[in-house]
Write a protein that binds this ligand. Structure first.
Ligand SMILES: Cc1ncc(COP(=O)(O)O)c(C=O)c1O
Length: 444
């Protein structure tokens, strides 16, 4: 995911959040459904944020909670990271954006190319969605082919060509192989015709599906730990297969590291030992400001080189590489030392173990997946093999909704879909608080 559908039919104690309820009333008069970002919609109304400091966020009713959402994994240092705030303030005093490049862009590009094994060149965008869109367009420009392959259940943002089969219901699952299913209302059939859907971590099925399409495929896009597929890492054999298949058939491998870049100093590609042709980034690299990036081999990234004139793939964007984001991203990433990754990854392991213990102690069927600084709770104990196994049944969804509000009442916030992300200001006490709140919520 982690940015897909709204969580509906949850049951908060509405009277406990009068200021949020009032703001939502106002919002509904000017925003459709009171909302600009589907992901953060919660029925009957969301809690509105007033401020955040470190690992904690305070809502407009004055309640402070430990924030394990961290804006869907983007805030790796939590809220108000001092060095990032100072870098932003310094840049703010000197201007927010120019129709000229800045040194801040070059500096963040250098840092990211140095850390990301497969990145020789990089371009910045304003969101992960745009990064994915530009990576797909680059792959088409480079190969001269129209189609892309993606995994069933994998979220890559809201670009039409990566949305199909994001959330198919069981009745829509093809047998045995997935067929592309429209996610957004109004998706043209022409889009579905150019998308090939693979089951995650199933190399044999992927080979069967990809082989007849190989000559038309520009790219295979893989999230190495897709949230909706269960937040399970890509199996080495699956990654090896897609890497080799792509290379053998002149297809580009795009690794979507918009979330997974937080798994280690060299991203998930460093952890898993895979060398994609293109990588998409977002979230943490903007230090809390809007960002995305597409990076990759110099030869492929050359499709963007504007000195080629009309031969180049155009990529404008009024706020691309704006110096505020670049400064925030650099300060944030400089503070992400190897030791900082070790810290959040160790806490992630503790959080997963503590949540699993809470399920066992409460006698509630459930499990916890994830890796590094990320976790996801599931209200079933089916082996997590892919999207279909992870697909939550209505009763499981209802339990997750009750769990979400149970944690909210106990001072802890995870996402409505069960995702949690560790931030650097957290320590053992935050994990203990999570475990205690989880046990209380599960027992209740
Ligand atoms: C794997 C992945 N790719 C792409 C995106 C889209 O990023 P953005 O929300 O910045 O458009 C997301 C967002 O959650 C994501 O998780």
């Amino acid at each position: 995911m982690a940015e897909p559908t709204a969580a509906a039919n949850l049951t908060p104690d509405a009277a406990a959040h009068p200021n949020s309820a009032a703001l939502y009333d106002r919002a509904r008069r000017v925003l459709p459904g009171g909302n600009t970002r589907t992901t953060v919609f919660v029925a009957p109304h969301p809690l509105y944020a007033r401020e955040g400091h470190g690992a904690r966020v305070t809502d407009v009713d004055g309640t402070t909670r430990i924030d394990f959402v961290n804006n869907y994994t983007a805030l790796i240092h939590g809220h108000g990271h001092a060095a990032t705030a100072a870098a932003v303030a310094d840049q703010l005093a000197r201007g927010t954006c120019f129709a000229m490049p800045t040194e801040a862009e070059v500096a963040l590009a250098e840092l990211l190319c140095q850390r990301l094994p497969a990145a020789e060149r990089i371009r910045f965008t304003n969101s992960g969605t745009e990064a994915v869109m530009m990576a797909v367009k680059a792959a088409r420009a480079y190969t001269g082919r129209p189609k892309i392959a993606k995994c069933e259940g994998a979220y890559h943002g809201s670009y039409d060509y990566v949305e199909p089969s994001l959330a198919p219901a069981p009745a829509e699952w093809g047998e045995p192989d997935p067929t592309p299913v429209a996610y957004a209302k109004g998706t043209p059939q022409a889009v579905l015709d150019d998308v090939v859907v693979l089951p995650f971590n199933d190399a044999a099925a992927a080979e069967r599906i990809l082989t007849p399409q190989a000559r038309d495929l520009a790219a295979i896009i893989i999230d190495p730990m897709p949230f909706r597929v269960g937040l399970i890492p890509a199996a080495p054999a699956f990654l090896e297969f897609v890497r080799a298949f792509a290379r053998n058939h002149g297809i580009l491998l795009i690794l979507d590291e918009v979330i997974s870049f937080r798994l280690g100093y060299h991203g998930a590609q460093g952890e898993l030992g895979v060398a994609p042709d293109l990588t998409t980034l977002g979230k943490i690299i903007g230090g809390g400001l809007p960002v995305g990036a597409v990076a990759g081999r110099a030869e492929v990234m050359a499709v963007f080189d504007p000195s080629a004139g009309k031969a180049a793939l155009p990529h404008g964007g009024t706020f691309n590489a704006n110096p505020l984001t670049m400064a925030a991203g650099r300060a944030t990433m400089e503070a992400m030392t190897e030791a900082a990754y070790d810290h959040i990854n160790a806490l992630g392991a503790q959080a997963r173990a503590a949540l699993a213990e809470a399920f066992a102690a409460a006698g509630v069927p459930g499990q916890v997946s994830g890796r590094g600084s990320l976790f996801r709770v599931h209200f079933h104990d089916r082996p997590l093999t892919g999207y279909r196994a992870a697909y939550a049944q209505p009763e499981e969804r209802a339990r997750l909704a009750r769990f979400y509000w149970g944690l909210i009442q106990r001072g802890v916030m995870i996402s409505t879909d069960g995702l949690g992300a560790i931030s650097t200001p957290m320590g053992g006490s935050e994990i203990e608080a999570l475990a205690e709140a989880a046990l209380g919520a599960l027992r209740a």
